[in-house]
Design a binder for this molecule. Sequence first.
Ligand code: TNX
Length: 508
Amino acid sequence: RLAAHEAGTGLAPAPVRLGDVVPAPEQVRPDPRADFTLSADTTVRVSPEPDARAVAERLADLLRPATGYRLPITEAQHPELADDIALVLVQQPDLGPEGYRLDVTPTGVRISAATAAGLHHGIQTLRQLLPATIESSTPVRAAWTLPGGSITDRPRFPYRGAMLDVARHFFGVDDVLRVIDHLTRYKLNHLHLHLTDDQGWRIAVESRPRLTTIGAHTAVGGSPGGWYTPADYQRIVAYAGERHLTVVPEIDLPGHTNAALTAYPELAPEGTTPVPYTGTDVGFSYLDPTNAQTYEFVADVLGEVAARTPGPFLHIGGDEAFAVKGAAYTGFVERAQRIVAEFGKTVVGWHQLAPAAHSEGRVLQWWGTDGVDPTTADAVRRGARLILSPGNHAYLDMKYTSDTPIGHDWAGLIDVRRAYDWDPATRVTEVPAEAVLGVEAPLWTESVTSLAEIEFMLLPRLPAIAELGWSPRATHDWAAFRTRLAGHGPRWTAAGIAFHRSPEIPWP
Ligand code: TNX
């Protein structure tokens, strides 16, 4: 078959340039004579492995609504380029576990990778190379032309995530799945769910039923509560897994536990009577670290959550337990770390965990604003790795500007440039780049009450953090980023996604 331009149909060149991808790819080699246009006869050919086939299904799901094309998926032992999109698993040691190569030639598109995760990231790139109307959920008449050339790409850091606080306000499964879709577009691979806090407990634990029969009905400001049943949580984990994304569940301990204490008041420190809390203060509640029952509770909860979580991480919080000091705090954390290890998981916690003894593989999530943090640097010297969520760059609950209608400002105002202009490898003094596992953008939800508000706070800042996690430092360039990002406004609009039209971005 001839490509459209060879056949003389006079199609315009591809509207998107090969380098117009967020996050910026490692290497881009455009070939303007090699554009390819999808047709009603285009097929998707894919390696026979089931996980590769699943990526082909995802791709067809993405492309069928707007194109109206059938895009049949055929298995191909030796896919060749002939008016098709070929997804090929091949040994590509230089691309690592998540990299891919994408080639657009006049006769088709080929994405090759060593893993299904690599193919999955490759189809996100492919999607961005098509006209913005590809995001429409109904058929659009358009020339579905892709820019010719080759991209080779792989991530700078293995951990690239976002956090959703479902405790301050509760968000149902469908909202969470939609947030996963947003993460997926920008090649993020972890979703951290902040499942418990003073205002509500959001995950059913069968051995501790009162956590949800009693602890789940409240939220900030009297908003309705809610919780995930085992089946709900399973749906989230499965949907994430199909998109090569790992769920990191957080059970915040020993502070941020008022909801748990209303359910199990015997774990409260002597002299306190837990009553439901719907305000936004922090640091007042804690499990009694001197009570043996506390550790039975922690083991019951973490055991069930671990058993239902396929990913390697269990996040135990550890932040703002102001009333549990010194040895009482580190003793609690060390026991909790051992419990996590007994369930075969790797512990993650906020960087307040730093003074506790090291446990094999532990990961600290740094949310500081001042990069001089000797306590965290010391924990790194003892073996900890870091996820970077600097409060004054990556906290997506901060306002963009002083007139943003929702959000906080305790860590500063975070416009898109501030979200983008920092380097994870050098952010914390005396922490070497090798100790940085990656980045995460947390969204706390004291003031965020709906999916539209989540999207307003996430977009357009989430892609900035995603680019810091994925793209090589050599591509870092605000002027280029803001121009590339501008092209995503029409994509979000076509997909029905609410976003903030930050004036810093030259939206078309
Ligand atoms: C601090 S950051 C908290 C959260 C709040 C957040 C609001 C961290 C580990 N703890 O409990 O929601 O500030 O920005």
